[in-house]
Design a protein around this ligand. Structure first.
Ligand SMILES: Cc1cc2nc3c(=O)[nH]c(=O)nc-3n(C[C@H](O)[C@H](O)[C@H](O)COP(=O)(O)OP(=O)(O)OC[C@H]3O[C@@H](n4cnc5c(N)ncnc54)[C@H](O)[C@@H]3O)c2cc1C
Length: 379
């Protein structure tokens, strides 16, 4: 058997790599294991960019966690000298009573965030790129923008290793068990033991933890990169990161053109086909374009152009689309961070800290209670 660890982390995507970094900083003897490379394009943290925003339409309770995440992303940047967080401004568009606009407004007001509410006329004056129904308004926030998954995961992993973490790539965890002496983890290469274990397996979570008491549903999601017919309208100095409650009832989102990326990223946030993470179809079909092109056709005509690339990724959806951060039921030395439901990346820098807190002291000062499993059994 390999040497004993204080903590073993299964999965080194966004959440696992951030946790390894925070644990190693505290001098904890940590082993992180990933079945692929770190970073990789197989899990949910694939690709180059993710949106980050504070006026969180999903629920105001996320805002304090976001404040911590922003702080931690900036700290990671200053430790590495790498740009990870780029503010572009964020625009959340739809009818005033839509989930997107009313939810963003609620969070902004409740947490005293800086925002502007733009009327339909303000919106078409400031962002003529959009062609919108007359009842559409928008909430604009200056502090929204883009985070960089591959750079962030590389930075977390590199700093964790520098501080003594053992990170093993291309090694698959096959099973684990809890014994009076601790946790035993068996992989396709070795057997390890540790005092604690943390599951950050993303869409593969339920392959190793079956008894969550609630289902996690994995869905196939696609994102598109498009070369706009009028690229000059979409550079990041004049065009923000955006999300839109589309008249058809789906939420679309997109980004400006960035200096180091070819084209402009656009996607549909609606849940795609339900799949098993091991059997996701990574081939791209003509129908995949139709998940994101409608919003360009209808609402951003100058953005329509040739599709450069389509990527397949996975959401791990919890029953209420809110994250799950808790002990595994029945164990006090097994922690889970999963069910990020397509909006978790921006939080990784804070989730990693909270998981490290949990592992070292059994609790965290960060406000995580609303993400506990008990919420599913209260009704
Ligand atoms: C298309 C798309 C767009 C998104 N857009 C945004 C956005 O704009 N903003 C935002 O905040 N979030 C966004 N998200 C969500 C965000 O990317 C995810 O919530 C986040 O990346 C999840 O990270 P994770 O660490 O939980 O999972 P993953 O990154 O999937 O990491 C899990 C890791 O576990 C490893 N693993 C699994 N099983 C085993 C095993 N048995 N043994 C060893 N290793 C194992 C995997 O190899 C993988 O590397 C988006 C997601 C997708 C798919």
């Amino acid at each position: 058997m390999n040497p004993n660890y204080d903590v073993i982390i299964i999965g080194l995507g966004a959440m696992g790599s951030a946790t390894a970094y925070h644990l190693a900083r505290r001098g904890i003897k940590v082993l992180g294991i990933d079945r692929y490379s770190v970073p990789n394009n197989m899990g949910s943290s694939s690709g180059d960019i993710r949106a980050i925003r504070k006026s969180y339409y999903e629920h105001p309770d996320y805002v304090p966690l976001l404040e911590r995440a922003y702080h931690n992303w900036r700290e990671l940047e200053s430790e590495t000298g790498t740009e990870i967080l780029q503010l572009t401004g964020g625009l959340y568009i739809g009818p005033l009573n839509s989930e997107l606009v009313s939810g963003s407004l609620k969070s902004a007001i409740e947490h005293n965030l800086r925002y502007e509410l733009l009327t339909n006329r303000d919106l078409s004056g400031r962002y003529p790129q959009f062609k919108l129904p007359a009842d559409y308004v928008a909430l604009y926030e200056e502090e929204a923008g883009i985070v960089r998954p591959q750079r962030a995961i590389s930075a977390f992993a590199e700093l964790a290793k520098r501080r003594g973490a053992n990170l093993s790539q291309n090694e698959t965890v096959l099973e684990w068990k809890s014994e009076p002496s601790g946790i035993i983890v068996k992989t396709d290469k070795h057997e390890y033991s540790s005092d604690r274990i943390i599951f950050c397996g993303g869409p593969w979570t339920t392959h190793l933890v079956q008894d969550l008491g609630v289902p996690l549903v994995v869905s196939r999601q696609v994102t598109g990169w498009v070369q706009p017919s009028q690229p000059e309208l979409f550079s990041s100095d004049i065009f923000p990161t955006w999300a839109m409650d589309h008249p058809e009832g789906e939420i679309y989102y997109g980004f400006p053109i960035l200096s180091d990326c070819a084209g402009m990223k656009v996607a549909n946030h609606t849940r795609g086909a339900i799949i098993d993470a091991d059997r996701v179809d990574r081939n791209v079909y003509a129908s995949d374009e139709e998940t994101f092109l409608p919003v360009l056709r209808d609402s951003l005509p100058g953005g329509l152009g040739s599709v450069i690339e389509i990527n397949v990724c996975m959401y791990t959806n919890s029953p209420d689309s809110h994250f799950i951060f808790d002990d595994y039921p029945g164990f006090d030395n097994v922690t889970l961070a999963c069910g990020f439901s397509g909006h978790g990346f921006k939080f990784a820098s804070a989730i990693g800290e909270a998981l490290a807190d949990f592992s070292t002291s059994g609790c965290t000062p960060l406000p995580m209670e609303f993400l506990q499993l008990s919420r599913f059994h209260l009704n």
